[in-house]
Design a protein around this ligand. Structure first.
Ligand code: IMP
Length: 211
């Protein structure tokens, strides 16, 4: 009996990362890995579903995704929405980062468009910031949002093959390499997503007893 109680006490609470993007899931699992939670992906809750990101802000879209994942799984769910905000473009592509070059565009299409828009812009005016918002949705209805930012510059040609999205064009402040040139463990020490998910993780730790 004693052993059984001990085992129950040690069982990790499940939290679900509400994304179908496997690149993101990999990053997030690494960031949250050492925590006392069983981190699950939506791949463990078939069938896959689609969510329309109709929000006008990153916060709104993160909440849309976290609520959809909560409805689908019944678990505590975390979803992020991320945007690249380029100063010279007045914050664009921002919340439209995924569809910058059109409705069904690829990462390459987006990167090509961004390079074109900045083609005559000197290094000194190519500042940008990755902003990530994480929404946490509890089955009981409570919701929280957390933000992480990573400032940097847009380089003048694609560099590196790691990561995803705008990684080959984004050089974080104080780094010599783009996100796509650095190993994931380095990106995960400084990234917007790291900062936002760590805040969410600290918060979840304080709630662990009630989960
Ligand atoms: P999402 O809606 O949060 O998945 O992100 C919108 C778009 O931002 C993605 O389609 C990517 O192009 C880009 N993005 C998000 N996170 C990152 C990142 O960590 N590195 C590079 N691009 C990213």
């Amino acid at each position: 009996m004693k052993t059984q109680v001990k085992k129950t006490a040690r069982r990790k609470s499940a939290i679900v990362i509400g994304t179908h993007n496997l690149h993101k899931l990999k990053e997030i699992k690494k960031i949250l890995g050492p925590l006392p939670f069983d981190i699950q992906g939506l791949d463990q809750y078939p069938p896959a579903y689609t969510v329309r990101e109709t929000g006008k802000t990153l916060e709104a879209n993160a909440l849309i995704k976290a609520r959809a994942a909560r409805k689908h799984t019944g678990r505590v769910c975390l979803s992020d929405d991320t945007g690249l905000e380029v100063k010279f473009l007045n914050g664009a592509p921002g919340v439209y980062s995924a569809r910058f070059a059109g409705p069904k565009c690829s990462y390459q299409d987006n990167n090509r468009k961004l390079l074109q828009k900045l083609s005559r812009v000197p290094q000194s005016q190519r500042q940008a910031v990755f902003r990530c918002v994480v929404a946490v949705a509890f089955p009981g209805g409570e919701e929280q949002v957390f933000e992480g930012k990573c400032p940097g510059v847009i380089v003048d040609e694609s560099k590196g093959s790691k990561g995803f999205g705008y990684d080959p064009l984004f050089k974080p402040l104080g780094q010599q390499k783009t996100f796509a040139q650095m190993p994931l463990y380095i990106k995960n020490k400084i990234s917007h997503r790291y900062k936002a998910f760590r805040k969410a993780a600290q918060f979840l730790k304080t709630r662990k007893k009630s989960m």
